[in-house]
Design a protein around this ligand. Structure first.
Ligand code: 5AD
Ligand code: FES
Length: 343
């Protein structure tokens, strides 16, 4: 298939080619897109799938993103914070289950000062020297990012959300800006973090142009990770009545990103598993190579709700861990006990 080979060889794509791949109903072409992307992932990472233990440690957020269920204006959200000891016990539980990456994710919560974050990171670093520590706590100053890095954090996830300025302003209040977010990502890379950007598929006002900008931004930044998943409305947000992104478009974009950036660590996200019961399996088959089961304590899980109908909110970490292993083995992949660094 000439088009797919061209994109794979050049590791680049034109906007016309993107529009074609996102709109075509040519099943032969779509099969080629998916199988080529999967073959590229296999050539770099084999049949190994990396697992990351996600610890959602606070759902307080000072931001007010229109799409997000934990935005500060959502008075219905039942807020919580985990203590340092609770976070450390999630890590212990995760370590025993074979996780070698811990992802500390939260809203932008000023209660966790830089000193508190550094204390948590240092404790995890000294207790689990063989593990990677990923932070996903939003936009901070260069100095803060440097302090976290020195304390022992290795990776940082900060989705850019959309690389199109006009689109960005339709998803966020005026106090947030795309240029600041992009600068944070460049700073993270410069400091030496394995850095992840990403966006939602099918977010309100997304266009082919904005998706093309997203891909061009990925090519420019050369992130080690890219997180994409469907937008899913949350009932208590301004976007409550907007349609969700589709499984089909998310899968096509996963494949395209794998072709454009072959070594990228690419998760099949919880949101993908939420819009379809086999969404994560299909994500892997389309070229993803990471899954991120939840390690948060069961009593807070149902509170970290960025969107409606989130899966796994009632399950123990061990259930998710073994569920994921079964799911991956079911499609011929192996979940490994490994930091799962970028190759
Ligand atoms: N649907 C899907 N993903 C969402 N996120 C936030 N709100 C939603 C939603 N309604 C994503 C954002 C954020 C990540 C942590 O979760 O992309 O960066
Ligand atoms: Fe912005 Fe939650 S309010 S990511």
């Amino acid at each position: 298939m000439q088009l797919i080979d061209e994109i794979k060889t050049k590791q680049n794509i034109t906007e016309d080619q993107l529009v074609h791949l996102l709109t075509t109903e040519d099943e032969t072409l779509l099969t080629s897109l998916k199988t080529t992307a999967r073959a590229v992932a296999d050539s770099v990472y084999g049949n190994q799938i990396f697992i990351r233990g996600l610890i959602e440690f606070t759902n307080y957020c000072k931001n007010d993103c229109y799409y997000c269920g934990i935005r500060r204006s959502n008075m219905q959200a039942d807020r919580y914070r985990l203590t340092e000891d609770q976070i450390l016990s999630c890590c212990q539980n995760g370590y025993d289950l074979g996780f070698r990456t811990f992802v500390l994710q939260g809203g932008e919560d000023p209660w966790y000062t830089d000193d508190k974050i550094c204390a948590i990171v240092s404790r995890i670093r000294s207790s689990y020297p063989d593990c990677a520590i990923t932070l996903s706590i939003g936009e901070k100053s260069e100095e803060s990012y440097r302090r976290f890095f020195t304390a022992g954090a290795d990776r940082y996830l900060l989705r850019h959300e959309t690389a199109d300025d006009e689109h960005y302003r339709k998803l966020h209040p005026a106090e947030m800006s795309l240029s600041h977010r992009k600068n944070c990502l460049r700073t993270l890379k410069r400091i030496g973090y394995q850095t992840g950007c990403g966006f939602m598929v099918g977010s309100p006002f997304q266009t082919m142009d904005s998706l093309y900008e997203d891909l061009m931004f990925i090519l420019e930044l050369q992130p080690e990770m890219v997180g994409i998943g469907p937008f899913i409305p949350h009932k208590d947000t301004p976007f409550a009545d907007r349609p969700a992104g589709t499984l089909d478009r998310t899968l096509r974009l996963l494949s395209i990103i794998r072709l454009l950036h072959p070594h990228v660590l690419l998760p099949a996200t919880t949101a993908l598993g939420t819009i379809h019961p086999l969404g994560r399996e299909m994500g892997i088959q389309a070229g993803a190579n990471v899954v991120m089961p939840n390690l948060s304590p069961v009593d807070v899980r149902g509170k970290y709700l960025l969107y409606d109908n989130k899966i796994c909110t009632g399950d123990e970490a061990a259930e998710c861990r073994y569920c994921m292993q079964r799911r991956m083995e079911g499609i011929g992949y192996e979940v490994v006990t490994d930091r799962g660094d970028f190759r």
